[in-house]
Design a protein around this ligand. Structure first.
Ligand code: PBG
Length: 333
């Protein structure tokens, strides 16, 4: 970047470029549009159109039918894609997360309904076992340990089932080693070479996933924590290694998660790799903003747009967010 020498005050008065809306708009560096958003939703298996989740005000679990409505709404709002996550009833969960590879399971039915309703809207699925396991972990467990390679085999099955249902983007969020390469090979082998992979490449063991676990129904069953597979929040160089591995294994896009507390990681990834980099504004970030707004402590609409713009400024190609439809409306879509 070429930097012009700065004139000293009073020749240079930075406030000149802030004096009116028209000039602020003209010199704005990062601009948020509906095309930057991936709308995150949770679906459930029952008939109720919406089931409220107390820690996620405004983000209820949706029926498959409502998911189809969401796809149509995304199209109308100019939101390019939807990320869909499942809530699974307790009696359908088992140690192996068997329901994850059911071609008629909740996720596959939601994918088909959404693609039927609005084929031009992208659908992204989480590849991980946690909504489906009786212990709430993303992988298979043995004697308190999460097994890597046997889990990867299961994840490949799950990914293939989702891709065959019409999922456009597979997003492995499990943080097992080697899973991106295994999924990529399986897709190629199955004639599914156009299915994209957005790797949750730098995913941290974070407290900010709490409300999501309420929404998908894993918080009551989860034993222990996910620190043996998700990253340590103190690490940054390690994020670059994780991203490098996933790109090398065939990821088309990468993600950093959570979002706002990890924008430094986003920036390093963008600068180091120059591949489409996304961030997930996770459930805890959503809940924090909503809780403060509901107390009258924050201006909700401004906080939503400011937080999302921060991702663009950091260099994100886009943001996965529960605020997507509200933001798109606020942006005048
Ligand atoms: C699990 C998964 C998580 C999220 C997406 N996929 C949580 C976790 O790792 O426990 C978090 C999403 C959110 O908090 O909004 N594979």
């Amino acid at each position: 970047m070429t930097r012009a020498p700065l004139a000293p005050f009073p020749h240079l008065r930075p406030r000149r470029l802030r004096q009116a809306d028209w000039i602020r708009r003209l010199v704005r560096e990062a601009v948020l549009t509906p095309a930057d958003l991936i709308w995150s939703i949770v679906v459930h298996d029952g008939a109720e159109a919406e089931i409220p989740v107390p820690s996620m005000p405004g983000v209820p679990r949706l029926s498959v039918r409502r998911a189809a409505d969401v796809a149509r709404e995304a199209k109308a709002l100019g939101i390019p894609a939807i990320a869909v996550f499942p809530h699974v009833d307790g009696e359908k969960k088992d140690e192996h997360g068997s329901h994850a590879y059911d071609p008629d399971g909740i996720i596959c039915r939601a994918v088909r309904a959404m693609k039927d309703a609005a084929p031009e809207v992208g659908v992204m699925c989480d590849v991980a076992l946690d909504p489906f396991t009786s212990h709430g972990h993303d992988g298979l467990m043995e004697g308190g340990r999460i097994l890597n390679d046997p889990t990867v085999e299961r994840l490949v099955e799950q990914a293939l089932v989702q891709a065959r249902a019409g999922c456009d983007v597979l997003a492995p969020s499990d943080m097992m080693d080697g899973r991106v390469g295994a999924i990529r090979r399986a897709l190629e082998g199955d004639g599914l070479q156009d299915v994209m992979i957005m790797a949750y490449a730098a995913k941290y063991a974070s407290a900010f996933y709490g409300p999501y676990r309420d929404a998908i129904g894993s918080s009551t069953v989860l034993t222990g924590d996910k620190k043996t597979y998700q990253m340590d929040p103190g690490n940054s160089d390690e994020a670059l290694r994780e991203v490098a591995l996933d790109i090398g294994e065939g990821a088309d896009m990468v993600m950093v998660k959570p979002g706002l507390p990890y924008l430094d990681i986003v920036r390093r990834v963008v600068e180091a790799f120059a591949v489409p980099t996304f961030a997930f504004q996770v459930s805890g970030e959503y809940a924090m903003l909503m809780a403060a707004a509901q107390n009258g402590w924050l201006d909700e609409e401004r906080a939503i747009l400011e937080s999302l713009t921060a991702f663009k400024r950091a260099g994100c190609a886009g943001v996965i967010s529960y605020f997507a439809p509200r933001a798109a409306r606020l942006l005048g879509a």
